[in-house]
Design a protein around this ligand. Structure first.
Ligand SMILES: NC(=O)c1ccc[n+]([C@@H]2O[C@H](COP(=O)([O-])OP(=O)(O)OC[C@H]3O[C@@H](n4cnc5c(N)ncnc54)[C@H](O)[C@@H]3O)[C@@H](O)[C@H]2O)c1
Length: 437
């Protein structure tokens, strides 16, 4: 990446486009609107709550991140998006049952004014949903054009200076890159021929990038992680990031596993199971969608623990992940982890983690941060995969041939050092001595 010589200021309005306006999207929007009115605190958001140390410890320079880098302010955000159901953001928030009635009532008017644009929906990629609010087009290429048209109309009508997009749609069936994903030309031809390997999420992403709108993928399905899209993003100088928001159980895994490794404790097995009852859980009942999620969740331990290097400690662990749709629980997921570790002389020990979490409450700050950071990246003229945003993802995208970094603490260091680098500050190496700190 080329170090920015200057970063364009965050002037005017930033439009935040969310394909998929369900639980996560509406919790994000309502939370921002509440925070704007001083009726809620954006807990979990690094851009709103976090600080960054600059220079030496003795310098005592620890500004808030929002005061250090020029981010769009919450008061300048305009929300919009697409869904395959016509519910307003108010109706969708009520249906999702994440936020309590008093919170939704406080921002009811603003939420009611947000109507999703008609969605792109070829049903094979999400079998459990039967939408009623969809675009019709002759070919997938025409679909891309319709989404581009929506983007331009939204920008003009809402008076936005810049836009970003974060995919908050349902998890699509598991796909791997094929010949159609190889180059910009093969993808464009695939769009004209309605290639079955081009999914809904890919159509939104392609349209956004064509409109130079930075794009993050919050779900685990194939979307901005193939060569054609990387080439297009670089060519049009658009930042992209993905994939699958890191929340809940995987967040815990990437907090705990680096700790075991730091202390050289061995791992015999990690069994994870979840119950959740929201629409996301219902979609994941379909084995094809579950496969996308499973692959995304399974990679984490392998990469953190490096079994090829630490054979005695991590060469033979068993890792299983289960997700069960259980309607009564709604968005309030419950995750159990049974972790079999071993210590000195191989003596076994067990750790049990029972996380009664709230999925969308953990995901909302991630959506907000990604929107603000991608907008910053674009104003700093960074393009292509933004690896420094790995912090937010279960399955971080990297440059080709590099392995992803999953350790939350290394990810945070990388993120903060990237912000320092963008602003011309020294990176912090934590080389603390009496001469150099
Ligand atoms: N909540 C979390 O902690 C978390 C973590 C990681 C990833 N995710 C992912 O985020 C996504 C959103 O989660 P959620 O809980 O809000 O799910 P949700 O089911 O409440 O919302 C998804 C919305 O996407 C819509 N949708 C589906 N296909 C669409 C299309 N082609 N175009 C437009 N809209 C479409 C659905 O109608 C629905 O309203 C899911 O893919 C989920 O796996 C969530």
């Amino acid at each position: 990446m080329k170090q920015p010589t200057s970063i364009r200021p965050a002037e005017g309005k930033l439009g935040v486009l969310l394909p998929g306006m369900g639980a996560v999207a509406t919790t994000t929007i309502a939370g921002v609107l509440l925070a704007r009115k001083g009726k809620g605190v954006p807990v979990g958001s690094l851009t709103q709550m976090g600080t960054i140390r600059l220079g030496r410890r003795t310098d005592k320079r620890v500004p808030k991140i929002a005061d250090f880098v020029p981010l769009a302010s919450l008061s300048k955000l305009e929300f919009g998006g697409w869904d395959i159901f016509p519910d307003t953001a108010f109706e969708a928030a009520e249906h999702a049952k994440v936020l309590e009635g008093h919170h939704i009532a406080e921002v009811r008017d603003e939420l009611e004014a947000i109507h999703p644009m008609k969605g792109v929906f070829y049903p094979g990629y999400v079998k459990r949903l039967h939408g009623t609010h969809m675009k019709v087009a002759r070919t997938k290429a025409d679909m891309v054009e319709q989404v581009r048209d929506d983007i331009r109309t939204f920008k003009r009508d809402r008076g936005c200076d810049r836009l970003v997009a974060v995919w908050c749609g349902s998890t699509e069936a598991y796909l791997t890159p094929t010949a159609v994903h190889a180059t910009v030309q093969s993808f464009e031809e695939g769009l004209l021929k309605d290639d079955p390997m081009i999914s809904n999420a890919q159509i939104y992403a392609w349209a956004c990038i064509k409109e130079r709108v930075p794009f993050a993928n919050g779900a685990p399905n194939l979307c901005v992680d193939f060569p054609a899209v990387w080439d297009l993003a670089r060519e049009l100088r658009v930042p992209i990031a993905g994939k699958d928001f890191k929340t809940g159980q995987t967040l815990m895994k990437t907090i705990l596993a680096p700790g075991f490794k730091a202390r050289m404790l061995g791992l015999a097995g990690w069994y994870s199971t979840n119950i959740l009852g929201n629409r996301d859980g219902e979609v994941l009942e379909d084995p094809d969608s579950f496969r996308s999620k499973e692959v995304s969740k399974l990679g984490v331990l392998e990469h953190i623990l490096q079994p090829d290097i630490y054979k005695e400690l991590y060469g033979d662990f068993v890792h299983k992940v289960r997700i069960d749709y259980y309607k009564p629980r709604g968005d309030q997921k419950e995750g159990w982890d049974n972790i079999d570790v071993f210590g000195w002389l191989g003596y076994p020990m067990q750790i049990k983690v029972n996380f009664l979490c709230r999925d969308s409450i953990l995901a909302a700050p991630v959506v907000l941060d990604l929107a603000l950071m991608l907008d910053l990246a674009q104003r700093a003229d960074l393009q292509g995969t933004q690896e420094w945003l790995s912090f937010y993802f279960k399955s971080p995208m990297t440059a080709p041939n590099l392995y992803p970094e999953h350790d939350l603490f290394i990810q945070l260091m990388k993120l903060k050092n990237t912000l320092r680098w963008m602003m011309g500050e020294e990176p912090i190496s934590h080389l603390g001595t009496e001469y150099y700190d």
